[in-house]
Design a protein around this ligand. Structure first.
Ligand code: 5RP
Length: 218
């Protein structure tokens, strides 16, 4: 199976986790796009969606799915999103699509985070994928210096302005052996909006697309 076929497989499998009659949290990315397309088949059985990006909002609305303002939805049973990397404990690196901040906000309102990913995303230790860090533009150089002091090699993602009007630093060369500690540290530096480590908001379940079918990791 191709990577696109695996993404479609897990996107469709995620429908089983949607709770009918409730609001669904929707992530961002090519795997989530497959989920959104599948969600359209049950759009009359959900109360709407809270979206993590302008791109996902556009796709949801194109399918006729109601997108609600996150401020009006205090909690959601399930958030479905992809990942750039996921380890065996559900910790993730996210933000390859520059939507990490809104993704973490929606994930934080959810009772369960269901990660959908093809098997190439499963790793033993996070960090081979460059870690995205969303920063307020005036803090980019200072945050980059701090990331270098941690042993990383940050580069500014060229030409990208996030949905929040901010910039992204992509950090190569980090071996993230303690995701919770690194998330906590980087998040408190002045000018950091969000670091793309999802440890506090880690996945409760991962639907992994493999050549043998969907594997469920809990
Ligand atoms: C976007 C994300 C995505 O979930 C991540 O980049 C995975 O995307 P894809 O499903 O296209 O591989 O974090 O900010």
């Amino acid at each position: 199976m191709t990577q696109d076929e695996l993404k479609k497989l897990v996107g469709e499998a995620a429908l089983a986790y949607v709770v009918p009659g409730t609001v669904v949290g929707v992530g961002t990315g090519s795997t989530v796009n497959c989920f959104i397309d599948a969600l359209a088949t049950m759009k009359d059985r959900i109360a709407g969606a809270v979206s993590s990006s302008e791109k996902s909002t556009e796709r949801l609305r194109a399918h006729g799915i109601t997108v609600l303002d996150s401020n009006t939805v205090p909690s959601i049973p399930v958030y479905i999103d992809g990942a750039d990397e996921i380890d065996h404990r559900g910790h993730m690196v996210k933000g390859g699509g520059a939507a990490l901040t809104r993704e973490k906000i929606v994930a934080d309102t959810a009772e369960r985070f269901v990660c959908i990913a093809d098997e190439s995303k499963l790793v033993d230790v996070l960090g081979a994928f460059p870690l995205p860090v969303e920063v307020i533009p005036m803090a980019a150089a200072q945050v980059a210096r701090r990331l270098e002091a941690l042993g990383g090699q940050p580069t500014l993602r060229a030409g990208v302005v996030t949905d929040n009007g901010c910039h992204i630093l992509d950090v190569r060369g980090l071996r993230i052996t303690d995701p919770a500690a690194m998330e906590r540290d980087i998040n408190q530096w002045p000018g950091v909006v969000t670091v793309g480590i999802f440890a506090r908001n880690r996945a409760s379940v991962c639907l992994l697309g493999t050549a043998q079918g969907v594997k469920t990791l809990t």
